[in-house]
Design a protein around this ligand. Sequence first.
Ligand SMILES: *[C@@H]1O[C@H](CO)[C@@H](O)[C@H](O)[C@H]1NC(C)=O
Ligand SMILES: *[C@@H]1O[C@H](CO)[C@@H](O)[C@H](O)[C@H]1NC(C)=O
Ligand SMILES: *[C@@H]1O[C@H](CO)[C@@H](O)[C@H](O)[C@H]1NC(C)=O
Ligand SMILES: *[C@@H]1O[C@H](CO)[C@@H](O)[C@H](O)[C@H]1NC(C)=O
Ligand SMILES: *[C@@H]1O[C@H](CO)[C@@H](O)[C@H](O)[C@H]1NC(C)=O
Ligand SMILES: *[C@@H]1O[C@H](CO)[C@@H](O)[C@H](O)[C@H]1NC(C)=O
Ligand SMILES: *[C@@H]1O[C@H](CO)[C@@H](O)[C@H](O)[C@H]1NC(C)=O
Length: 388
Amino acid sequence: MFSKLNVALWAIPALNYFSQCSGYLFAPDDDQVITDPRLPVLFDIPAPQTLLPTPESPVAGYWTSSFLTTTTGSQYFLATGVVVSTQDQLAGYGFSLLDLATLNRVSHSSITTSFANSDIIGLSFAGPRYKISDLSTNGLGMTVQGDAENASVNLTIHPTSRALYYGGSGAWMYVDKPMYGWALPAAQTSGNITLPFPVENASAPTNETTGDAAVAIIDPSASLTWYDHLWGHMGLQEGNITWFNLFVDDKAERDGDHDDKELNLALVSYLLDSVNPPFFSRSIHVRQRDRNESALAIIPVDRFEPSSDPSAIWTSPLTGLSYPQRWDLGIEGRGLLTISSVLGDQELVDPGSGGTTYVGFVTVEGQFDGKQVSGYGSVEVKFVQRLP
Ligand SMILES: *[C@@H]1O[C@H](CO)[C@@H](O)[C@H](O)[C@H]1NC(C)=O
Ligand SMILES: *[C@@H]1O[C@H](CO)[C@@H](O)[C@H](O)[C@H]1NC(C)=O
Ligand SMILES: *[C@@H]1O[C@H](CO)[C@@H](O)[C@H](O)[C@H]1NC(C)=O
Ligand SMILES: *[C@@H]1O[C@H](CO)[C@@H](O)[C@H](O)[C@H]1NC(C)=O
Ligand SMILES: *[C@@H]1O[C@H](CO)[C@@H](O)[C@H](O)[C@H]1NC(C)=O
Ligand SMILES: *[C@@H]1O[C@H](CO)[C@@H](O)[C@H](O)[C@H]1NC(C)=O
Ligand SMILES: *[C@@H]1O[C@H](CO)[C@@H](O)[C@H](O)[C@H]1NC(C)=O
């Protein structure tokens, strides 16, 4: 089902630097202006935020990856989203929450037919134990709420990051038809998460008598969300796609000298191999953060090498699919990044439905424009097999 719905595919970004103490330096953008009217884009934001899937664009989805620090210093990666297909009357949604220190993980995903069109008007989808919707006060912000066994999330994402229009204007070729979309790469994030696993210094520690989970409050100054909205046909029928959302900067920041930081980049890349119909694409979007610039470079990827080293492949016991855990990504004329997954099991599976995607937290090391860079992000890997 999932392969029919062909959900997928969006990745989410982040960066990973090690700070003075430990952990990653997650910092949101603080952009005052979200769109730049000088650029000839195809649509305004948030107009498409109210776009339902249509016959012309039968699949639409919202996807976020959040890089979170709590008020007590714990860090988490949360990937979540929903994809709705009006053709099939199906919605796939889910979330994956990873403790970045212990690598404990909890996930929940599902495919449902039990939603009405009224559930997806505007940016508002409510499925069993899951809701994603816009903020009535501001069409660009949104909330995500999800419940899994012993774990729940309730995040608010604020529009503080300049919109990145995919393809430069908001459209690009995906297999055999255009796909549309934009992202807010590093949006401020607030809210809280309730955790199934013991957390050190959680504001409400696990109740040892009842086993009630602990609640952790998000620190918005040290958290960010990559927020995507995509729509179109998304017609990958047979093949695979790998998405990366990455945040990298040069190492000067890790030496504590922010003024020396020359590179602070948000990157999004997708590498698409469609077998039938044949279509192959390799490119990366590169955006400088912190400079109040709208410039976006779209650069060919001249090297994409998932590791074939058996120690850098994770095979899912649930689905039998094998996921690379390390990738070399060459950015033509600019640099070479090595991307590593921190944990094999970051697969999202809806048992019984065939819906499977892989959304993992990754770290990045490499060179860009002659500088050493490092960072963090997310990878999404999706295999789509033709249904018999
Ligand atoms: C938890 O609190 C203790 C005592 O205040 C502190 O030493 C420790 O670093 C804290 N741990 C985290 C993960 O913040
Ligand atoms: C939820 O918590 C209960 C009680 O601690 C535990 O037995 C169960 O395995 C947990 N479920 C998951 C999915 O973690
Ligand atoms: C989630 O957070 C929002 C915003 O703070 C709040 O209005 C809502 O009541 C919360 N929902 C739950 C289930 O806690
Ligand atoms: C978690 O967030 C929700 C929504 O903001 C709020 O209602 C709830 O009180 C929060 N829980 C804690 C323990 O702060
Ligand atoms: C744990 O839960 C029990 C039963 O609700 C309650 O009596 C107790 O006060 C709780 N302990 C803490 C430390 O909150
Ligand atoms: C993706 O598809 C291409 C073309 O079929 C294939 O060469 C490649 O090995 C696939 N990638 C993975 C990770 O399976
Ligand atoms: C940032 O850029 C926007 C769009 O070009 C402009 O309207 C705004 O004045 C700029 N802000 C600053 C602080 O330069």
